[in-house]
Design a protein around this ligand. Structure first.
Ligand code: GAL
Length: 421
C-alpha cells in the first residue's frame, strides 16, 4: 500500500514537473508592441521584460515601439499591421471601448478566460476591471497597471519660493489665485507639452470632470446629459482660461518634456495622468520633496481610470510565448516591479503595499474609495471616433476660443459616434 502511494507520488511529481517544464520551455521571438518610449515608460517596460525573461529565458523579446504619448502615433501603425494580417504577439491596449471597438469586434484578439481560471485572477482582479475587458463572457486582456488620469503635479520648491502652499485638495478658485501669483512673478503656471494634442485634450477631460462631477460625467457618455449643457460650456470656458497660463513653447513639447520643464522650474503645475510620476522617478526626484500632487482642481473624490494591458493576438506568430507573456504580466512579481516605475497601481488587489511609496499608497486609497470613471482621451469611455472629435475640437478651440462651437462639435460627434441619447 505504502509502495503504491509512493509510486503514485513519484509519477505525479514527474508529471507536474514535466508540465511546468513544457510551460517554461519556450523559444523563438516574442514581439511586444507599445508606445512606451519616455524615460519612465521605457524603464517600466523593461521591468516587464525582465520579469518575462526570468520566467522564460529562452525567448527573444522584440521590443516594437512607436513613440508618441497616448498612443496616437502607435495605434494607426498597429491597425495597418493587424488589417494586413501581420500582428505582433501582444500589444498595449486600454480596456473599454478601445479594446472592444478596435480589437475584439474585428477579431484581432483571442479570449483568455483559460488564463484567468488557471492563474486564479478572477479572485484578485476587481470585478469592475474585469467587466471592462469582458464581452459575452469572454475576457480579452491582462492588465498590468491602473493609472489615475486626474493628477495635478507641482514643483514643490518653486511654489514655496513663491509663497504658495498646497493642501490636500485644490479648488479651481485656489488654482486661479496661485496661477495669478505665479504669472505676476514671470513663471508659467501650467506646464503643457501638446505636440500630441491629446495632452491638452486631457486638460479638458480633467476640467470637465472637475466641473460637472463624476455622475454627470458618466451621464454625458451614456447619452443622458447634453454635450452643450451649461455645465459643459462652463468647463469649456474654464479650460479656455487655463490656456492663458501655459508655457509659451507648449506646442513644440511632448508630455514628458513638459514634466521635465516642471522639474526644472520653468513652469509650476501639470495636469497629467500618473505616468508623470514615472518621469519623476526616472529623474531621481522624491515624493513630497521635489514634487507634490493633488487631484486636478475639483476632481478630488474621483479616480479617472487609464488602465494598461495586453491581449493575446489572434494568429499570434508565437502563441506559446504570448501566452507565457500574459502569465507573467498577470503575476505579482511583474506588477510589483512595473508599477513603482510607471506610476500606476497594480491591477491585482493583493500586492504588498509596503513595496510602494507615498504616492502609490495615496493612489491605492483613492482607487478603493473614490468614484471610478473611464478616460475619454485614453480610449475607454467612448468610441475612437468620439475621441477624435475631442482632439479636433480642442485643436480648433485653442485657436478660436469659441465655446459654443466646441460644444456643438461634441453634440454632433456624439451623434455620429452613436452615443447620443
Ligand atoms: C496612456 C497610457 C499610459 C501612458 C500615457 C502617455 O495612454 O495608458 O501608460 O503611457 O499614455 O504615453
Amino acid at each position: 500500500m505504502l509502495k503504491k502511494t509512493l509510486v503514485v507520488a513519484v509519477v505525479l511529481t514527474l508529471a507536474i514537473g514535466l508540465g511546468l517544464f513544457a510551460v517554461k520551455a519556450q523559444s523563438g521571438d516574442l514581439e511586444v508592441f507599445s508606445w512606451w518610449t519616455s524615460g519612465g515608460e521605457a524603464a517600466a517596460l523593461q521591468a516587464l521584460f525582465d520579469a518575462y525573461a526570468a520566467d522564460y529565458p529562452d525567448v527573444n523579446i522584440v521590443n516594437a515601439t512607436v513613440a508618441g504619448g497616448g498612443g496616437s502615433a502607435a495605434r494607426p501603425v498597429l491597425q495597418t499591421r493587424l488589417a494586413g494580417g501581420d500582428p505582433p504577439d501582444s500589444w498595449q491596449i486600454h480596456p473599454g471601448w478601445e479594446l472592444f471597438g478596435q480589437y475584439v469586434d474585428p477579431g484581432y484578439v483571442e479570449p483568455i478566460n483559460f488564463l484567468y481560471e488557471e492563474e486564479g485572477w478572477n479572485d484578485v482582479v476587481p470585478q469592475g476591471l474585469r467587466d471592462i475587458m469582458t464581452v459575452d463572457g469572454n475576457i480579452y486582456m491582462v492588465l498590468v497597471g491602473v493609472h489615475r488620469g486626474n493628477g495635478f503635479w507641482y514643483n514643490k520648491p518653486l511654489l514655496e519660493e513663491n509663497g504658495i502652499t498646497i493642501g490636500d485638495t485644490l479648488s479651481a478658485e485656489e488654482f486661479t489665485a496661485a496661477a495669478e501669483t505665479l504669472q505676476a512673478a514671470g513663471i508659467a503656471p501650467l506646464c503643457m507639452g501638446d505636440n500630441g494634442i491629446w495632452a491638452n485634450a486631457q486638460l479638458f477631460e480633467n476640467t470637465l470632470l472637475g466641473t460637472v462631477g463624476p455622475e454627470n460625467y458618466m451621464k454625458l457618455f451614456a447619452g443622458e446629459m447634453a454635450w452643450d449643457d451649461p455645465m459643459v460650456i462652463s468647463a469649456i470656458e474654464s479650460f479656455g482660461a487655463m490656456q492663458d497660463y501655459l508655457n509659451t513653447d507648449h506646442t513644440s513639447l511632448s508630455w514628458d518634456q513638459a514634466v521635465k520643464a516642471l522639474m526644472d522650474g520653468q513652469c509650476a503645475f501639470n495636469s497629467m495622468g500618473d505616468w508623470a510620476y514615472g518621469e519623476f522617478v526616472a529623474a531621481g526626484k522624491v515624493d513630497n520633496v521635489d514634487f507634490g500632487w493633488v487631484s486636478h482642481p475639483g476632481t478630488a473624490g474621483s479616480f479617472m481610470i487609464v488602465a494598461d494591458g495586453f491581449p493575446l493576438a489572434a494568429g499570434a506568430p508565437n502563441r506559446d510565448a504570448a501566452v507565457g507573456w500574459l502569465r507573467t504580466l498577470g503575476g505579482l512579481p511583474a506588477q510589483e516591479a512595473f508599477n513603482p516605475l510607471k506610476g500606476s497601481i497594480p491591477a491585482r488587489t493583493d500586492a504588498d503595499r509596503s513595496k510602494f511609496g507615498v504616492y502609490h499608497n495615496w493612489s491605492m486609497d483613492s482607487f478603493a474609495a473614490d468614484a471610478l470613471v473611464p478616460s475619454w482621451v485614453h480610449g475607454s469611455a467612448a468610441p475612437a471616433a468620439f475621441q477624435q472629435t475631442l482632439n479636433d475640437a480642442v485643436t480648433l478651440f485653442i485657436v478660436d476660443r469659441d465655446a459654443a462651437a466646441f460644444a456643438a462639435a461634441l453634440v454632433q460627434g456624439a451623434v455620429d459616434a452613436g452615443i447620443a441619447g
